[in-house]
Every structure is written in structure tokens, then in C-alpha cells.
Write a protein that binds this ligand. Structure first.
Ligand SMILES: Nc1ncnc2c1ncn2[C@@H]1O[C@H](COP(=O)(O)OP(=O)(O)OP(=O)(O)O)[C@@H](O)[C@H]1O
Ligand SMILES: [Mg+2]
Length: 377
């Protein structure tokens, strides 16, 4: 188990002095190699929250306030903004740190299995229940349960979740015995829950129960000051991992990275830096942004809205990969987004493949299921 942190020492994020120094060095085109005497272990550095922009500082202050309490925290923000990282930080600086941190991604579990994942089941509770199973709430007893993608919990299961959050008690499937647990809940979603409540897709009582302490993570484009420090951080991590030395980040590369709209936020930045480190020659970090796309999008970003530039970037990427969405060479990977997130964004922005647009509604859930190869290629 990883060591706990103390609230006011803030060892879980980079010290402002080092961050400023790294930022200044990076912005003039140099890259400082951190010495081997670094106290923070290489692996743990992946858990650090990097950045000291006012927008991120405001969030971290809220995190430090709420972490020592047992209150439920609802972390919201676009994909790749660091919601999971913050959930870990909340646990690590809370008094529950020595206990378990249990994560469940509600979007990744088939609907009919989600209930038993949450509450567990007894042997024979349903066809296929060949052994007893302990649910995530029980596993997280005395610790923290992180319910990721909480907006994807089906309506039918929401009253049960509400009950356990209010009463801290539940029954395993197939058992009448009531169990008591002491679990601190941290939930996250990149979906707009208030909007879902309005559309009757999410119960309002559960929303209010989850929304005790909301934390909204700003998108990367709203805290561009953090980009140089993040670039430096990821360059160091990937260079070490790949046994390469990066000694120079050209200032043009840094300014291109700093003005890009980052629809996939920090995850997209992280993936692009990994690519750049692979492509580096003679210790120089190349610009990993696609030449035409970047310039086009960045130029249009000044003249149009953020939504327009996001739309342009997604369209450009889809065209560049022949409208393949999933897979390692698909548009989602290139944008640093999850496949489902990209599909969701496309739906929201009304993007569909031009040649098929008139003949079928490719964005309808039915056609998506029946024609999944269209996306996966
Ligand atoms: N401020 C940060 N400093 C360092 N790394 C970060 C920061 N924010 C995010 N990351 C890294 O970016 C990646 C994406 O972050 P994370 O998985 O927490 O995003 P998320 O908001 O949960 O995304 P999604 O909604 O798609 O699940 C992770 O590898 C995380 O460690
Ligand atoms: Mg996440």
C-alpha cells in the first residue's frame, strides 16, 4: 500500500518552486534533467498533481478542505482532466489512507452484473452465481469507494445506491441479512448530471446525495499556465521509461503545445508527449502535433468558438484516419479520448460520416449497435 500523505505538506503535488523553475526553463527551450537524488520515487511521480495555475490551485484547496472529512465528493470535469488522480489524492490525504481504496467503473460493467459488483451475492443467487462474491462496498469498508463514471449507473439501480449512501447498509443478492459498512464515497463523471436529472435519466434524490461536495476540474485550455510543467513532467517520465535523454524542448514546440485546444485534456497531452519522446532524435523533443491540423485548428481557434475548434479538430482527425474511431490507430486514440467519449462528443456536435449521413442516422444507438464495425473498422 502506498504511504499516506499529510494534508498540509502537500507532497502529492509538485512544489511551486520546482514547477516555476521547470516552466521557465522549458519556455526558453531547455529541459532540466531532474537529479537521481530526487526523493519522490519514479513510479509515485505518476500520482503527482502537476500544476499551479490559479484554476488548479482553487480546486486543490477544495480538495484539501474536504479530504479529511467523511463527506461524499462528486468530481466533475471533461475527460482526461484528472478526476481519477484527484480521487486518489482525496483518499491519500484522508485519515482512511491506510485502508482500502476500491474503484469501480460503472460504465465498464454490464448492467446485469453491476448490482452484484456493488453489493455482492450469495452462491446460487442467480444462474451462474457459482460462488459467493463480496461486493465493492464491503471491500471498501473503513476505506474509500471510488465510483467512476457514476452517470452511467442505470436508473433501476439508483434507489439501491441511494439507500446504501444514506443508511450505510445493504444486503448481498440472494441474502436477507443486512450488512453495515463504513464507506467514504468519491464519485466522478464527465457527464452533465444536472442535465441528466432534467431529462429524467438520473434521479434527483441521488444527485443531491452525491453532490454534497462538488469539485469541478477545469479543462486544460482554461489553465494553459500548467502546460509547460506538465510537458516537462511527462517528458521526464517517458524518457526515463524508454531509456532516452531529452535535453532540449524547442520553444516553438512548447508554444505550439501551449496554444493547442486539448479536447482530450491532460490525457491527450500525456499521450502526445509519449509519442514525441519515441520520435525524438539527438535529445530534441519534436512537435508531436499534426502539422496541418494543429495550425488549422489553432488559427481557427482565435477566430471561432471553442466548440467550433473542437469540432474542426475532431473532423480533421476522423478524416485523417478514414473515420476509424476505435483501435490503436483510430481517431479516439489520436485525440487521447476514450472511444465512448469520442462517440458522445460526435453526437453532441452532430458529427457523422458525410457519405453515410443522408442514407442512415449513424449516431442513433440502434444503428451504432448493429453497425459497430462502422466505428471500429
Ligand atoms: N494535474 C495533473 N498532473 C499530472 N498528471 C495528470 C494531471 N491531470 C491528469 N493527469 C494524468 O492524465 C491522465 C488522465 O487523468 P485521469 O484518468 O485522472 O482523467 P479523468 O478525468 O478521470 O478522465 P476520464 O473522464 O476520461 O476517465 C492520467 O494518467 C493522470 O495521471
Ligand atoms: Mg476517469
Amino acid at each position: 500500500m502506498r504511504p499516506c500523505s499529510k494534508v498540509f505538506e502537500r507532497p502529492w503535488r509538485i512544489s511551486p518552486i520546482r514547477s516555476v523553475q521547470a516552466r521557465q526553463e522549458a519556455s526558453v527551450g531547455a529541459f532540466a534533467k531532474f537529479g537521481s537524488g530526487d526523493q519522490v520515487s519514479y513510479e509515485r511521480r505518476f500520482e503527482q498533481v502537476i500544476g499551479n495555475s490559479p484554476a488548479l490551485e482553487a480546486v486543490l484547496e477544495q480538495v484539501e478542505r474536504v479530504a479529511p472529512t467523511d463527506s461524499t465528493v462528486l468530481i466533475q470535469g471533461e475527460t482526461g482532466t484528472g478526476k481519477e488522480l484527484i480521487a486518489h489524492a482525496i483518499h491519500n490525504i484522508s485519515s482512511r489512507c491506510g485502508q482500502s481504496f476500491v474503484r469501480l467503473n460503472c460504465a465498464a460493467i454490464p448492467l446485469d452484473l453491476l448490482e452484484s459488483e456493488l453489493f455482492g451475492h450469495e452462491k446460487g443467487a442467480f444462474t451462474g452465481a457459482i460462488a459467493q462474491k463480496i461486493g465493492r462496498f464491503e471491500l471498501a469498508d473503513k476505506g474509500t469507494l471510488f465510483l467512476d463514471e457514476v452517470g452511467d449507473i442505470p436508473l433501476a439501480l439508483q434507489p439501491k445506491l441511494l439507500r446504501i449512501l444514506q443508511e450505510q447498509e445493504f444486503e448481498r443478492l440472494g441474502s436477507a441479512r443486512t450488512y453495515q459498512v463504513d464507506v467514504r464515497l468519491v464519485a466522478a463523471t464527465n457527464r452533465d448530471l444536472t442535465d441528466m436529472v432534467k431529462r429524467a435519466e438520473f434521479r434527483s434524490d441521488l444527485y443531491y446525495r452525491l453532490n454534497v461536495f462538488p469539485v469541478l476540474l477545469p479543462p486544460l485550455r482554461a489553465r494553459r499556465e500548467d502546460i509547460p510543467a506538465l510537458v516537462t513532467h511527462f517528458v521526464e517520465i517517458f524518457a526515463r521509461r524508454m531509456g532516452r535523454q531529452i535535453e532540449h524542448i524547442p520553444s516553438q514546440t512548447m508554444s505550439a503545445l501551449s496554444s493547442y485546444p486539448w479536447p482530450g485534456n491532460v490525457r491527450e497531452l500525456q499521450n502526445l508527449i509519449e509519442r514525441a519522446v519515441i520520435l525524438s532524435n539527438e535529445g530534441v523533443l519534436p512537435n508531436p502535433l499534426p502539422a496541418t491540423g494543429t495550425q488549422g485548428v489553432v488559427a481557427s481557434a482565435a477566430a471561432t468558438t471553442l466548440k467550433d475548434s473542437e469540432r474542426a479538430l475532431i473532423l480533421h482527425t476522423l478524416e485523417g484516419v478514414g473515420w476509424v474511431i476505435g483501435g490503436p490507430k483510430g481517431a479516439a486514440a489520436k485525440l487521447g479520448l476514450k472511444r465512448t467519449t469520442l462517440i458522445h462528443k460526435m453526437q453532441k456536435l452532430g458529427i457523422s460520416r458525410p457519405s453515410l449521413q443522408s442514407s442512415q442516422n449513424v449516431m442513433s444507438p440502434r444503428s451504432r449497435e448493429s453497425d459497430s464495425s462502422f466505428y471500429e473498422a
